[in-house]
Design a protein around this ligand. Structure first.
Ligand code: PDD
Length: 277
């Protein structure tokens, strides 16, 4: 397996990370997960723009320009002969003696990227999955795509232990997002999703679905809704790069709608399928 380590393509076993890498010690870094369909990178520029924003928000200087990074990722896809799967790309604040403040003198950000073969989760997209409600215990900058993912890890684990596919997080009874996905609900033909504030990651898939809703003439409000609204919804679904659109047909012990994929969810899935094929 070939991976990208800073400027070089090396085999995976030769890609070594220093024990004082700040990503490793502090979670001081940012990342993106990008989908590849039929050898084509999907929504690459949107992901790179978000990476740039995350970097700026944590004052991390990118060690290369976006066009350079773009070219390296395209090379990586080619070198790893990836048809169906994803690219993981991560930048950390570099290697320096352990000290919480930024390193002085400045050090180079460390870049790692690799690809992974992956099938689309068609079964889950068709049948829907169960979700578990968990308290959103994260910090107040969930809009930054940081590798500091411990609360998300704990939320997902709680969901797993409850036999659920995903956690749906809420802050004081307001639904925010999943552990690694955004949450939408449909009530009386109208879609709702949490506004893109500091309390959620503004998913690239989320933005794509919002645009699809406009094209399909669906009414969508970027508006908060409560756990109670969620449980009473006609349809619920999650979106992410790897999940695309997956219906939630049960939340804890509550069945959503008739317990099957809803009509609007299905229409959005069909529209999405058309875009990627
Ligand atoms: N997760 N919210 C959170 C907290 C996420 O981690 C993700 C993505 C999303 C959806 O964003 P997008 O549509 O851009 O993938 C929302 C990625 C896939 C991951 O960590 O694996």
């Amino acid at each position: 397996d070939i991976v990208l380590l800073n400027q070089s393509y090396v085999s995976r076993q030769d890609a070594k990370v220093d024990i004082e890498d700040r990503g490793y010690q502090f979670g001081d870094g940012i990342y993106e997960v990008i989908r590849v369909y039929g050898g084509q990178v999907f929504l690459m520029d949107q992901h790179l723009e978000r990476l740039k924003r995350s970097a700026a928000e944590i004052q991390l200087k990118l060690s290369l320009s976006l066009p350079e990074l773009r070219q390296r990722l395209l090379d990586l896809v080619e070198r790893t002969d990836l048809a169906e799967g994803m690219i993981y790309v991560q930048l950390t604040r570099g290697v320096a003696p352990r000290y919480h403040g930024f390193p002085t003198p400045e050090v180079e950000a460390q870049l790692v990227a690799y690809t992974k073969r992956m099938e689309r989760p068609l079964k889950q997209q068709h049948e829907g999955v169960k979700a578990a409600l968990v308290d959103d215990i994260r910090w107040l900058r969930c809009d930054i795509k940081t590798v500091n993912l411990l609360p998300n890890v704990l939320a997902k684990q709680k969901a797993t232990e409850n036999g659920a596919f995903e956690a749906i997080q809420h802050r004081n009874g307001t639904v925010t997002e999943g552990s690694s996905s955004n949450v939408f609900m449909v009530k009386q033909g109208v879609l709702y999703t949490h506004p893109a504030t500091n309390l959620i990651l503004n998913g690239i898939t989320r933005q794509y679905i919002i645009d699809l809703c406009t094209k399909l003439n669906f009414t969508l409000h970027e508006q908060t809704f409560s756990v109670n609204d969620l449980l009473q919804a006609d349809e619920v679904f999650i979106t992410s790069t790897t999940s695309e659109i997956i219906p939630i047909v049960q939340v804890d012990e509550q069945t959503i709608g008739n317990g099957q994929r809803g009509q609007i969810t299905q229409e959005l899935q069909q529209a999405f399928d058309q875009q990627i094929s």
